[in-house]
Design a protein around this ligand. Structure first.
Ligand SMILES: Cc1cc2nc3c(=O)[nH]c(=O)nc-3n(C[C@H](O)[C@H](O)[C@H](O)COP(=O)(O)OP(=O)(O)OC[C@H]3O[C@@H](n4cnc5c(N)ncnc54)[C@H](O)[C@@H]3O)c2cc1C
Length: 635
């Protein structure tokens, strides 16, 4: 298979302009002849559907929630990056590009990342025009704060609710298009299959989650913006409804899945407190602007934090990484937290947490300033843990948070299946092996507002034969969807979907989590198929197909997570280097840092589905003409 990333010619600063110059256009009067399907209404999907509707295309928009504005993007807390350089601290498009490529441990495509940095400033303008209430400084300019992996302040924010405010902006644009009739909204609908006609994406089949009815929808292109797959670990900061089903079913129809093993473990989450939990809560990375991370110097020091004097504390990030201190990137902060806990210096009842302490910041700035910056996060922490973080240091521990892997796309964000475009967290494109904080919102909105509106026209301009939902490809797809539903309902076993999901999650966390080894990965590659087999024999899915049935929804998603989990382990096994969010125990420097092996692994691993056979590995070589590859150092 020829993996053509279609990177435009020319110097990196001009590639996007060159691509736009060469793209074919659809004349304004012809746009209304095209029907586009956009699956997902998070920041990527809502911005795409609103923009494409505004341009005059007929859009059908789908989501599983009861309202588009309840997509998982609403949970995003800390902020969104852009290279505006308002604080005048030396930022530029180049620096944002450089930090992102370096932060991703040199495993992303230079050209895509540079475009992202270039467009970052347009996103802020667009959102301000929509009325997104970004924080402002005393002079009225938009305020910025710092995030990990950067030495400038470039993160725009709306308290700890940035995702919610951005989504409300995108949602209001989307609602405008819904009211003009340009976008037809289908909420509480789950896509189960991609329909291909002559090898091109021509529609979807899915289930109305309220009535259980199976529906067919035809279009001239399908745009997938269905988010990430961190929920394969069961406990994660992702919304419970986050899943891989849409992307996985596209994979089964031929779309390549790229770098599935690249998972981001976020260092500042509220620690696991027992078996009762079904999800974990993030404490935004922005807190590391003012909070200091520490553990006791001595193992097993059980004194309460206020009884541990300065000289008995180890501010290990500040000690090991003096240039970046508490603002090292997430992968580095997470690994260090694991390391000090593994040494027996972790705190709290389980020993699996470290302190994030605001005492100094409160002394320096006053409680009111801290409350203004992080008030809602502090309140959330207190509600969950019963401890007041203005008085007692927060306790945090790493948790699964984001997935850099996803469906493979070219520079135009089209997958290898013609007519299937993939946006936002669902694609693999911009973050390499580790995403920097506040860059996911930037990418989702960049893809939806500023990339797809251009690139889709190039595809549609030569397109496509009219077809309708009576085409045999829809018939065949619907039959397969029904067969899977009937199979799940007929098993009548003894174990709940949740039990299996937890067991799979534990396997994934243990062997494909923060550190991976050859022996562990080989073991889990035996365990997952056994558990999956057992699931298909013993799962209990009560209820019927033709009604609201949450168990059926979750069972279908879990069936896909089993298959994805195996591919993640296989990808991790293949990549015997450490890079970013993928830490292979066999590949580390003398002082325990990730050791990349550029000579062997400077490629995107794009996997092809082969049914019951082994998945096929295709490699897209990564070339770096603008950034010099170095072993990352934040010291
Ligand atoms: C707690 C938390 C805080 C975060 N904070 C930040 C931050 O401060 N800054 C930052 O840059 N990033 C942050 N992130 C990451 C960021 O929020 C996500 O990466 C981003 O919002 C993903 O957007 P998306 O549009 O790609 O997908 P999502 O927002 O996940 O939306 C997916 C959409 O797809 C739909 N969907 C899924 N499957 C199907 C299906 N089969 N059929 C139909 N519809 C389907 C869903 O209904 C939903 O509408 C945070 C993440 C978490 C978990």
């Amino acid at each position: 298979m020829n993996l053509d990333s279609r990177i435009p010619d020319g110097p990196i600063e001009q590639k996007w302009d060159n691509r736009k110059r060469d793209l074919k256009l659809v004349n304004p009067a012809n746009k209304r002849k095209y029907n586009l399907i956009v699956v997902g209404t998070g920041l990527a999907g809502a911005s795409a559907a609103a923009s494409l509707g505004e341009m005059g295309y007929n859009v059908k928009s789908f989501c599983i929630q009861d309202s588009p504005r309840r997509a998982h993007s609403i949970a995003a807390q800390g902020g969104i990056n852009a290279a505006k350089n308002y604080p005048n601290d030396g930022d530029s498009v180049w620096r944002l590009f450089y930090d992102t490529v370096k932060g991703g441990d040199y495993r992303s495509r230079e050209a895509n990342v540079h475009r992202l940095a270039q467009l970052s400033n347009n996103i802020i303008d667009q959102c301000v025009a929509q009325g997104v209430p970004f924080a402002r400084d005393y002079g009225g300019l938009l305020a910025n704060r710092s995030f990990g992996g950067a030495q400038v302040s470039r993160t725009f924010y709306a308290r700890g609710q940035t995702g919610q405010q951005l989504l409300l902006g995108a949602y209001s644009s989307l609602s405008r298009q819904v009211s003009t009739g340009q976008v037809e909204m289908h909420s509480r609908f789950e896509m189960y299959d991609l329909v291909l006609v002559d090898g091109k994406a021509r529609g979807i089949v899915g289930r109305n989650l309220v009535t259980g009815e199976i529906e067919r929808h035809v279009g001239d292109a399908v745009i997938l913006a269905t988010g990430g797959y961190g929920a394969v670990f069961f406990l994660s900061t992702n919304a419970i409804n986050s899943n891989v089903t849409a992307a996985w079913r596209c994979h089964k129809r031929g779309a390549l899945f790229a770098n599935p093993c690249y998972t981001q473990i976020h260092p500042t989450c509220i620690p696991v407190s027992g078996d009762h939990q079904s999800k974990l809560t993030l404490m935004s990375e922005s807190l590391r602007n003012d909070g200091r991370v520490w553990v006791p110097k001595e193992k097993g020091d059980s004194r309460s934090p206020d009884q541990i004097p300065e000289e008995d504390r180890d501010y290990y990030l500040e000690r090991r990484y003096p240039s970046f201190g508490n603002l090292v990137p997430r992968d580095v902060a997470s690994r260090n937290a694991k390391q000090v806990c593994d040494e027996g210096r972790g705190v709290g009842p389980t020993g699996l947490s470290v302190y994030l302490d605001f005492t100094d910041a409160i002394k320096r700035l006053g409680e009111n300033v801290i409350r203004e910056r992080y008030g809602n996060l502090f309140e959330m922490y207190e509600r969950i843990t019963g401890e007041n973080p203005y008085k007692v240091p927060m306790r945090i521990y790493p948790a699964v948070h984001y997935t850099m892997g996803g469906l493979w796309v070219d520079y135009d964000l089209m997958s290898n299946v013609p007519g299937l475009f993939v946006l936002g967290e669902a694609n693999f494109s911009d973050h390499g092996a580790n995403r920097l904080g506040a860059s996911a919102l930037m990418q989702g909105l960049c893809d939806g507002y500023f990339v797809i509106p251009y690139t889709i026209g190039d595809y549609l301009a030569d397109q496509p034969e009219p077809i309708d939902i009576s085409h045999p490809a829809f018939e065949q797809s619907e039959q397969q969807v029904r067969e899977q539903i009937d199979k799940l309902l007929s098993i009548n076993g003894k174990k709940t979907v949740r039990q299996y999901q937890r067991e799979l999650g534990l396997l994934m966390w243990e062997y494909v989590g923060m550190a991976r080894s050859e022996s562990g990965l080989n073991k889990v590659l035996e365990e997952i198929p056994k558990l999956r087999e057992d699931f298909w024999q013993n799962v209990a899915v009560p209820g019927q197909a033709d009604q609201f049935n949450k168990n059926l929804e979750m069972a279908g998603r879990l069936a896909d997570f089993f298959e994805l989990g195996e591919l993640m382990a296989r990808d991790a096994l293949n990549r015997s280097e450490s890079c970013g969010g993928h830490f292979r125990e066999e590949s580390q420097t003398e002082d325990g840092e990730a050791l990349r092996r550029d000579d062997e692994f400077s490629y995107v691993a794009a996997w092809e589905y082969n049914g019951d056979g082994e998945p096929g590995l295709h490699k897209e070589d990564l070339t770096f003409d603008n950034v010099k590859l170095t072993q990352r150092s934040y010291k």
